[in-house]
Design a binder for this molecule. Sequence first.
Ligand SMILES: *Cc1c(COP(=O)(O)O)cnc(C)c1O
Length: 219
Amino acid sequence: MTSIKQNINAIKTSLPEHVTLVAVSKTKPVSDLMLAYEAGQRIFGENKIQEMTEKWEQMPKDIQWHMIGHVQSNKVKFMAPYVTLIHGVDSLKLLQEINKQAVKNNKTIDCLLQIYIAEEESKFGLDENELNELLTSVEFKELKNIRILGLMGMATFTEDQNQIKKEFTRLKSIFDSTQKLQTINDFSIISMGMSGDYNLAIECGSTMVRIGSSIFGGR
Ligand SMILES: *Cc1c(COP(=O)(O)O)cnc(C)c1O
């Protein structure tokens, strides 16, 4: 039986130094997360705010909690006090709400903008034009309590490695052109790659991988 600790250690050893591991622990019990914690893991990713908040309440306070799921504006307030990074931001309206809650908590909240790279209707995200419009808008410049640290994307769920590679490469290229605009400081994260495709994602320039089932087993 391979254990959660062994999985964490094996994956960490295999990752290049510039790549950050987010352990995706959605649906898993706190006891499983604690095994990863004991193996040294401090960054956990969840996709539901209520579940993340319950785990945050029960677990050690040096954990960094990443929200990787689609976020509803009316729930931002529940995670604002403690969340470290919100990956799935895909509208100005949501950014405005995050900024508002950040102000209330007297802090800055770090975000990634989710980019639509897949050929699946069901996935969320901005296209390149919407991204540029957002970043150059007056409304965006008024948001002083958020920081955009980079981009996040999810490839199509397919066996076709060429297609996945094409989509990851596209995200990397959007990231590069956005970084060149030089309008935002600290723009350095490309969150792409999950259990099935993280090696390919790293080849294509990922700096942050979100890995669930390869650590905690299937869901
Ligand atoms: C569940 C999830 C993951 C992890 O998926 P695995 O295939 O279990 O590694 C990564 N990113 C997002 C956005 C997810 O919802």
